[in-house]
Design a protein around this ligand. Structure first.
Ligand code: NAD
Ligand code: LMR
Length: 342
């Protein structure tokens, strides 16, 4: 069965240990941008995972204190800190999963694409180091604009001759987390049961919740579909405006990213029932990258779930066609950036 939330599928470390005393912490996870608004709470949540043996925290500054602080939690993983470019290679050696929330966040009035000029170079630089030091790792890209930074990462990996499309993910879990929360609230459902696939990309209208495929099966009026879709698409901006210049979503993002890390670790650990939405190389549509539900396995994407694009409502079909030009342009912008760099 699909697992609808981070809470439902991953019990607390003590619960898991008491259920199955044989669980061994064995995976190494690196967080690049670990001292940031997302990086710190995300690192805390990863520190709670019983599947992690080593947590590598990398940032350009302020990471020593974060690591010292986290290392006092009596959970299995060892916490190591790495500061600055000279320590980046060591931060990545032997790592199974690399999570990248490095980069600048939005302020009110900005689009995610307005972050491109700064974040494109940051992602390019970090992924080059990933290619050199842990080319087989799962790579989770959080830095915005995800619709462009994932194609940049793919190009960099290709240039280095180590691109495995099954292991590169744009993290769109927060869109699913939000969709689940808003739908449960609107329809008075138990949160833990709700699962809404969200497809397309991760910016504005490219975020497309497929409400007709909500589990459990629910019916929505046209007005509800319109209201929920727009709220899910604008949820990032809702937080940016509420924070009024102090950044964008960090806590809910950390929660969502931790869920995606935990799912990846469970897949690496041999669990054969792991599904998440993510922005990946895809043949679902004519676009080279597309977010949809995927099945995760030991080698990364095991299958792209085709059925979420079948039998769409007229509203969803129109929204799908409408998002394609913007998503295509963002993908092409990322590819062009990576190809013109020396
Ligand atoms: P932040 O400014 O609080 O933290 C970013 C961190 O990145 C800082 O600690 C900074 O020192 C570090 N950093 C900058 N350049 C670096 C480099 N070259 N190497 C390593 N670290 C570097 O920002 P935040 O709120 O944590 O957001 C980070 C990014 O995540 C933003 O681009 C934001 O738009 C994005 N984001 C994505 C999603 C999503 O759903 N995918 C959700 C929320 C935020
Ligand atoms: C989000 O969806 O919260 C993130 O992409 C951050 C943002 O800029 O909205």
């Amino acid at each position: 069965a699909l697992r609808a939330s981070f809470v439902s599928k991953s019990q607390s470390p003590s619960q898991r240990a008491s259920v199955n005393p044989q669980i061994q912490a064995s995976f190494k996870v690196a967080v690049l941008g670990a001292a940031g608004g997302i990086g710190q709470p995300l690192s805390l949540l990863i520190k709670m995972s019983p599947l992690v043996s080593s947590l590598h925290l990398y940032d350009i500054a302020n990471v020593k204190g974060v690591a010292a602080d986290l290392s006092h939690c009596n959970t299995p993983s060892q916490v190591l800190d790495f500061t600055g470019q000279s320590e980046l290679g060591n931060a990545l050696k032997g790592v199974d999963v690399v999570v990248i929330p490095a980069g600048v966040p939005r302020k009110p009035g900005m689009t995610r694409d307005d972050l491109f000029n700064i974040n494109a170079s940051i992602v390019k630089n970090l992924v080059e180091a990933v290619a050199d030091n842990c080319p087989n790792a799962f790579i989770h890209i959080i830095s915005n604009p995800v619709n462009s930074t994932v194609p940049i990462a793919a190009e960099v990996l290709q240039q280095k001759g180590v691109y495995d499309p099954k292991k590169l993910f744009g993290v769109t879990t927060l869109d699913v987390v939000r969709a689940n929360t808003f739908v449960a609230q609107k329809k008075n459902l138990r949160l833990i049961d709700v699962d809404v696939p969200v497809i397309g990309g991760h910016a504005g209208i490219t975020i497309l919740p497929i409400l007709s495929k909500t589990k459990p099966s629910v019916s929505f009026s046209d007005e509800e579909v319109q209201e929920l879709t727009v709220r899910i698409q604008n949820a990032g901006t809702e937080v940016v405006e509420a924070k009024a210049g102090a950044g964008s979503a960090t806590l809910s993002m950390a929660y969502a990213a931790a869920r995606f890390v935990e799912s990846s670790l469970r897949a690496l650990d041999g669990d054969s029932d792991v599904y998440e939405c993510a922005f990946v190389q895809s043949e679902l549509t004519e676009l080279p990258y597309f977010a949809s539900r995927i099945k995760l396995g030991k080698n990364g994407v095991e299958a792209v779930i085709q059925s979420d694009l079948q039998g769409l409502t007229e509203y969803e079909q129109k929204a799908l066609e409408a998002l394609k030009p913007e998503l295509k342009a963002s993908i092409e912008k990322g590819i062009a950036f990576a190809q013109k760099q020396p």
